[in-house]
Design a protein around this ligand. Structure first.
Ligand SMILES: Cc1cc2nc3c(=O)[nH]c(=O)nc-3n(C[C@H](O)[C@H](O)[C@H](O)COP(=O)(O)O)c2cc1C
Length: 289
């Protein structure tokens, strides 16, 4: 067998050097016609990232162990704060377990339809285990900084996994609902102390019947700042609201993005259970002081 024939590979015909037309179209879809960013430094990775969309309807095609290993190994290659590796991931494939977890994590209908359900864990357990064996205190592990580092590490690993999965042609949706019942979810996943679920993620192959489109983003001018923050955000937000509201209207969905945002933040009492996250983190051994 030749060396080339022996080379490990995963072909995805969608991945190719983009043409200018494909780039312009991807930017138009993402940012609209007016004021969309323009650039030449594009490659298959960047085009794929521009085309990201959350996938909530999956085909029956399985995610193989080999593909999953590739995705999770790519996750492990992400940067990690101070080389601490303060994150873990739990792979749930068992259907009964998915169904058991579903009501705890927002009860969203697609959760148990995905072939793979991932839980990204903010994880100080390994550092605590080293401290315990060395008979050293773990005072720093109680700080908000330590908790934050673990959540950031989990997010970076998860997004590396997302890019890898999408490059293979799969789709994902993050599941913030996995923080709705932190203690119960931790118990169901047998999490040790000093760990908490940062968020979940469904992973699989998009169904051919999936209608989800690429969602608009605000123009870079209100997100990307040069040298110092420009706080004059409202005109840019009004322009974005027009685009995202029109996007949902195309689905026949009446939606006012600004009302959605203001109402979300208007009430701190009902965040699906997440309003008590500080107390839950304390219960889980991440006091975040
Ligand atoms: C941390 C995080 C948690 C999320 N939680 C959920 C969720 O529980 N359910 C869901 O349907 N989508 C969830 N999403 C997906 C967002 O709604 C989605 O990314 C956003 O609307 C933009 O759409 P797009 O990903 O298709 O571009 C979450 C995204 C992130 C980053």
């Amino acid at each position: 067998m030749s060396e080339a024939a022996d080379a490990p590979t995963s072909q995805n015909p969608d991945l190719h050097q983009p043409t200018r037309d494909e780039l312009v179209e991807a930017l138009r879809v993402r940012f609209g016609g007016d004021g969309a960013p323009a650039f030449d430094a594009v490659n298959p990775t960047i085009l794929r990232q521009l085309q990201h969309r959350s996938v909530r309807r999956f085909s029956d095609r399985d995610v193989t162990d080999d593909q999953l290993r590739a995705i999770l190994t790519a996750a492990q290659a992400a940067s990690t704060s101070s080389n601490q590796h303060s994150w873990s991931v739990i792979v749930v494939r068992d259907q009964a377990r998915k169904e058991q977890l579903k009501p705890l994590i927002g009860n969203q209908p697609f959760i148990d339809k995905a072939p793979v359900l991932l839980f990204w864990i903010a994880d100080l357990h390994r550092s605590a285990a080293l401290a315990e064996r060395a008979e050293r205190p773990f005072a720093g592990g109680a700080l908000l900084e330590a908790t934050l580092v673990a959540f950031v590490d989990a997010a970076l690993a998860a997004q590396n996994a997302t890019v890898a999965a999408e490059s293979l042609g799969m789709g994902i949706t993050y599941i913030g609902g996995a923080r709705n019942h932190p203690e119960e979810t931790a118990a169901a996943l047998a999490l040790p102390p000093h760990t908490a679920v940062a968020f979940g993620m469904t992973l699989g192959w998009p169904s051919p019947t999936d209608r989800a489109k690429i969602r608009p983003r605000p123009l870079p001018e209100i997100v990307v700042h040069h040298e110092q923050y420009d706080a004059d955000v409202l005109p840019g937000l009004d322009a974005y609201a027009e685009r995202i509201n029109a996007f949902f209207a195309e689905y026949g969905r009446e939606f006012d993005w600004q009302t959605y945002i203001t109402e979300h933040f208007a009430d701190d009492a009902d965040f699906f259970g997440r309003e008590r996250l500080r107390e839950a983190l304390r219960d889980l051994g991440l006091p975040s002081d």
